[in-house]
Design a protein around this ligand. Structure first.
Ligand code: FE2
Ligand code: FE2
Length: 263
């Protein structure tokens, strides 16, 4: 990945720091959610195996490529921004372990969102090439970010049941609208253009109207045919295989410590 910010040849330590913080937090989010799953009787190993076997669902957004430093900014700003809108509502979900995990996750996501926005701000106020890099990243991530909220309420298979059980507290379309209303003024502040010719503030409703979403793309992505599905799952598989010895060593060390303590 080209991680440089557009003017410098070298990757800066700040840039490396930003991205490693991100990765550490996100790995933590995965573990909180797997822990919530454990309370329902499914072990972490099982959950991980299902992911690797391609059986588990995961967010559609993880199947899109990141090729520039601006993509990291746009993902923080938009993807974490969309995640916050979704997850703030989930803090009030009816299942306690899930709701409690969301509290910490939301705090971290809002940090990522600001960090991403700051990266975009730096690029948007930088050289012409940097601003263009930021615009291209916005063009690339905007629609996939809107798709993150899932199909329209009319099409969503699980929505009704999830709403009845109070697992979901707001519908996909409501959350999507909330995200658009929150994000459009931020794009204006950056001086970037949202790639939607139909986007327009509607004085009557007090919300932004936006153009149609390409649901064919969304369904292709969730059924395994997105730009990076194979590559991303392959990376998980490889990490599992190549990290096996680390787990074995950690378990052996823990056993040794237990024996020492018992002696
Ligand atoms: Fe996260
Ligand atoms: Fe995040």
């Amino acid at each position: 990945m080209n991680i440089t910010s557009g003017t410098e040849e070298e990757v800066t330590m700040d840039e490396i720091g930003t991205i490693t913080d991100f990765i550490q937090d996100e790995a933590g989010h995965g573990l909180y959610l797997y822990s919530a799953m454990e309370t329902l009787g499914k072990s972490r190993d099982q959950s991980l195996q299902e992911l690797i076997d391609g059986k588990a669902k995961y967010s559609s957004i993880f199947n899109y490529p990141t090729t520039s430093w601006a993509d990291i900014g746009a993902i923080g700003w938009l993807v974490d921004g969309a995640a916050i809108v979704n997850q703030v509502a989930l803090q009030r979900t009816s299942y306690g372990p899930y709701a409690r995990a969301m509290v910490k996750i939301c705090k971290e996501e809002s940090f990522h969102q600001r960090q991403g926005f700051e990266i975009m701000m730096t690029l948007a106020n930088g050289t012409k090439a940097q601003k263009q890099m930021a615009q291209e990243a916005l063009n690339k991530i905007w629609w996939p970010a809107l798709m993150m909220f899932g199909p329209s309420d009319k099409e969503s298979v699980h929505s009704q049941k999830s709403m009845a059980w109070k697992i979901k507290r707001q519908s996909n379309d409501e959350l999507r609208q909330e995200f658009v209303d929150m994000t459009v003024p931020q794009a204006e502040l950056l001086g970037l253009t949202i790639p939607d010719p139909d986007l327009k503030f509607n004085k009557k409703t007090g919300h932004y109207d936006f153009g149609p979403i390409n649901w064919d793309e969304f369904y292709a992505v969730i059924h395994g045919h997105g730009p990076c599905n194979k590559e991303r799952l392959e990376a998980r598989r490889k990490a599992q295989e190549e990290g096996e010895w680390v787990k074995e060593a950690a378990l052996a060390h823990a056993k040794k410590q237990r024996n020492l303590n018992a002696a």
